[in-house]
Write a protein that binds this ligand. Structure first.
Ligand SMILES: C[S@@+](CC[C@H](N)C(=O)[O-])C[C@H]1O[C@@H](n2cnc3c(N)ncnc32)[C@H](O)[C@@H]1O
Length: 208
């Protein structure tokens, strides 16, 4: 198994993410990505949604509660996270939820999606051109997608942390170019958002 995926299972990412959510609710704060998810929902609020690197299903729950999707497919290779997301989302939203314990590379869907989400998951994929090409191939023409990446400087940078997770960084301009090469048009609302002392690159795109 991929070391990064293994690390997501073996570290306390699940507990950390859930604690953070509880803390936000206690303080009456919105979910971390609420403004971005609301904008994404204004682009797509029905049909079939797929999420790559769904983690524990926090964003999926928000989108399913606030949107009107026919189905939700979550791809999450880390078993502990996938099992948690499955329990959480199946219980609340029933059969329209499908969680697959797979990497993007292993995922071979039989249908196309009209909405696609990948929050901080493409940062772990080495061959980004191939991944974006695959993402485009599973989107129907005109589909909308939202990608969140960590801001990086200079050309692509690779960093492996002490837990064995590998990250790939791009500048905003580099990633826009990669998206365009893969037949995704970048919408004007895209940009860098500073939150919790991190610069997040948020891309809203349309499959063309
Ligand atoms: C920073 S976490 C983000 C999880 C979730 N989107 C969230 O915001 O809580 C990155 C996620 O990407 C997943 N991931 C890593 N490599 C992947 C791959 N090749 N395909 C799909 N997901 C991957 C990890 O298992 C992890 O759940």
């Amino acid at each position: 198994m991929d070391r990064t995926v293994q690390a997501y299972d073996q570290t306390n990412y699940l507990e950390w993410r859930l604690n953070e959510e509880v803390e936000r609710k206690r303080n009456g704060q919105p979910t971390f990505w609420e403004p971005e998810l609301l904008y994404f929902l204004s682009l797509v609020s029905n049909r079939c949604l797929v999420e790559i690197g769904a983690g524990p299903g926090v964003e999926a729950e928000y989108l399913l509660n606030h949107g009107n999707f026919d189905s939700y497919t979550g791809i999450e290779p880390a078993l502990k996270l996938a099992n948690y997301a499955k329990r959480r989302l199946k219980k609340e939203f029933g059969p329209k939820v499908n969680i697959k314990t797979l990497t993007l590379q292993q995922f071979e869907p039989r249908c196309k999606y009209q909405a696609l989400l990948a929050i901080c998951s493409l940062i772990h994929i080495k061959n980004i051109r191939k991944a974006l090409c695959k993402l485009r191939s599973i989107c129907s023409d005109g589909a909308f997608a939202m990608f969140v990446m960590d801001e990086g400087r200079g050309s692509v940078k690779v960093r492996t942390n002490t837990k064995g997770m590998t990250f790939y960084y791009y500048t905003y301009a580099e990633f826009v170019e990669l998206l365009q090469e893969s037949r995704f048009t970048v919408l004007d609302k895209s940009g860098v958002v500073e939150r919790a002392k991190v610069n997040w690159q948020v891309y809203y795109v349309r499959a063309v």
